[in-house]
Design a protein around this ligand. Structure first.
Ligand code: AHR
Length: 631
């Protein structure tokens, strides 16, 4: 790699008897005509509940283990207050799905306040906000119950709400209330429920399905955290892929993500042992995913289970039939009108209008976990059934490998890339060389490692520039690459299972981090052209990579640039008719620049630029991602 660029040299020379200035550097000439149409849904989001990105993350419910779901009976997150004794009870189920409750026993002669606390998902965000709180109670009680939000270390009470509750021992009573909280300085907070010990002394009360929400995105019931949604909105995404990823697959067929157990009232959702080793409440269920997509104006990309789980057995042949039927039922639930069985079921759950499903992916990474040899057969079974019932849907393979031959017309192919920085840069021209008869999507990618294989804990500028190089390759081919998404998207830092991630967070105020890779995604996605324009250059790619496009209203030219090099580069860009614009730079010259929960080292900086003698002269420091938006 040439470390000394001619672009470093700025010279003066005499021409026609006059002293004129001339800047040398890479010459790019953007054609203002021709080119290819770019996918209108190119950049989007890949989501699965993973490292508590859902429960404890974007989903707004703040209390952990709130319905005692999952394979293990556990009191995780709970502690007794006063003389109370806590146990998970199986004799007093709330419903056929929520089969356990919290038994709170109070000893003879007890007095004062007793109860329990819940520590949330490694804390509870307590903001100056209104909190909505609900729970079920069973047992003879007539008296005050106090709900509080309290600093775990400080004991400071940020919210306190006392309600009068009447309950009996024959059935659960549902209680809900609202209260406001003061701002806590950090997320190290508890939610507490306490009651009059003397009224229950020598006996017990049962509680279940606690829910605590602060305000939610679009004020949805059972909704999303607005702070995380805001940061996602900043990415200007076009699609949402869900529910996985590995979390779709399960470890066994029976522990796969089951759509029909994630719908309807929360009392009907048993939760599940997710593929990532913790209980998913499934409060963020099928309809909540579609609401999320609806509220953020995202094209939903639904993953459906196709016989492959992470630890087998793999389902093939006739044994697949019930699973194919299950997917057809799922799709009918999503897009069937209310005259259909499952469309009517959806309507009964409060969603009479079909969801706008257009894209379905069959399985996840079926080349892994021994799935490859049977994928063609399994894909074909699902493809045939879905395509014949719903020919309007675009069907996507979960891998470009092991596909039926010939491939059915109209399908799209998903390819994932987690790699070292060097390998990611090498994939710059991947899509220059693929069969253009079938569109591609890259619904998971990230630079995860140094070239020696060492993991990168947070995105750093060098890894983010490598991703930008890869994305430039994607954008140059975005006539056939239809969708691309970084993964993993969200990471509750206290439950890290994979690094790096696009958006780490914890429960502290202002703790949602925009990493360097976030800013790269943002720069690319918020400055999208409708047409990718030809660019001519006096040098090849490397170390500077570039792609140019024209906005859909023909008003703005975008030139995206990446300098994957430790040496600064100058670039002169000619765009006929364009004379001014904005130049946005993400770089501080260091390959190690990073944003994490302790420090934000780097943010994009935008300045105005004018063309001189028809050229925009831009300077790219070492390890830079940049954008020229000109008109
Ligand atoms: O993004 C993490 C995991 O990586 C996904 O669940 C899986 O699809 C891929 O292997």
């Amino acid at each position: 790699m040439a470390l000394i660029s001619k672009s470093l040299v700025c010279c003066l020379f005499l021409m026609f008897g006059q002293l004129v200035s001339s800047v040398t550097g890479l010459e790019l000439s953007v054609s203002t005509s021709g080119g290819n149409e770019s996918s209108s849904i190119l950049y989007g989001l890949m989501f699965e509940d993973y490292q508590h990105s859902g429960d404890g993350g974007i989903h707004g419910q703040l209390l952990q283990n709130n319905g005692f779901q999952g394979p293990n009976i556990t009191l995780v997150a709970y502690d007794a207050i006063g003389d109370a004794t806590l146990a998970v009870d199986t004799e007093n189920p709330l419903s056929t799905a929520i089969t356990r409750s919290l038994k709170v026993s109070v000893p003879e002669g007890a007095s004062g306040e007793v109860g329990f606390s819940n520590a949330g998902y490694w804390g509870i965000p307590v903001n100056e906000d209104e909190y909505w709180n609900s729970f079920y109670i069973k047992g003879d009680y007539n008296g005050p119950i106090t709900l509080r939000l309290v600093g775990a270390a400080s004991g400071t009470v940020y919210a306190s709400n006392t309600i009068n509750v009447v309950s009996n021992s024959s059935e659960f009573s549902y209680i809900e209330t609202k209260y406001t909280a003061n701002q806590a300085p950090d997320g190290n907070n508890l939610w507490t429920l306490s009651f009059n010990a003397s009224s229950v002394a020598g006996s017990e009360l049962y509680f279940d399905l606690f829910q605590l929400f602060h305000s939610t995105f679009n004020n949805r019931t059972n909704g999303l955290k607005p702070g995380i949604v805001d940061v996602l909105t900043g990415l200007n995404p076009s699609f949402l892929r869900f529910p996985g990823g590995n979390n779709l697959e399960g470890w066994t067929p029976d522990s796969r993500w089951k759509w029909n157990e994630t719908i309807g009232p929360l009392t009907d959702r048993p939760g599940r042992n997710g593929s990532w080793g913790y209980t998913n409440t499934d409060a963020l269920g099928l309809n909540e995913y579609f609401l999320w997509a609806h509220d953020m104006n995202l094209v939903p990309l639904l993953g459906v289970w196709d016989g492959l789980s992470l630890n087998g057995p793999i389902i093939t042949g006739d044994a697949l039939d019930p699973y194919v039927d299950d997917v057809l039922n799922e799709i009918e639930y999503i897009i069937g009108d209310t005259s259909t069985t499952y469309g009517a079921l959806r309507a009964s759950h409060g969603f009479p209008d079909p969801w706008p499903l257009t894209h379905v992916e069959i399985g996840n990474e079926d080349h892994l976990h021994n799935g490859g040899p049977t994928y063609a057969e399994r894909f074909t079974a699902f493809y045939n059934a879905i395509n014949s019932a719903y020919p309007q849907l675009t069907i996507i393979t979960s891998t470009p490998l092991y596909l039926p031959d010939p491939k059915p017309a109209g399908i799209w192919l998903d390819w994932h890339l987690y790699s070292t920085m060097g390998y990611m840069v090498e994939q710059f021209n991947k899509f220059d060389n693929v069969d253009r008869a079938f569109p591609w999507v890259v619904t998971e990618y990230a630079c995860t490692k140094w070239n020696n294989g060492t993991n990168v804990p947070y995105p750093i500028m060098q890894s983010s520039v490598a991703e930008a190089v890869f994305m430039i390759g994607i954008e140059r081919n975005s006539d056939i690459v239809k969708m691309a998404a970084y993964a993993p998207l969200l990471q509750l830092e206290n439950y890290t299972q994979w690094t790096p991630n696009l958006i780490p967070f914890n429960q502290n105020p202002n703790s949602i981090i925009k990493t360097t890779s976030y800013y790269v995604q943002q720069l690319f996605s918020t400055n999208r052209g409708a047409t990718i324009l030809p660019v001519t250059s006096d040098e090849g790619f490397n170390p500077v990579y570039y792609v140019a496009s024209l906005s859909s209203d023909n008003s703005t030219y975008y030139v995206k640039l990446a300098n994957y090099n430790g040496t600064a580069q100058d670039v002169n860009i000619t765009i006929d008719g364009a004379s001014s614009g904005k130049f946005t730079l993400l770089s501080n010259g260091s390959p190690l620049a990073t944003n994490d929960l302790t420090e934000t080292q780097i943010t994009p900086q935008t300045s105005s630029v004018e063309a001189t003698d028809g050229k925009f002269q831009v300077h790219l420091p070492a390890w830079t991602v940049a954008l020229l938006a000109a008109s």
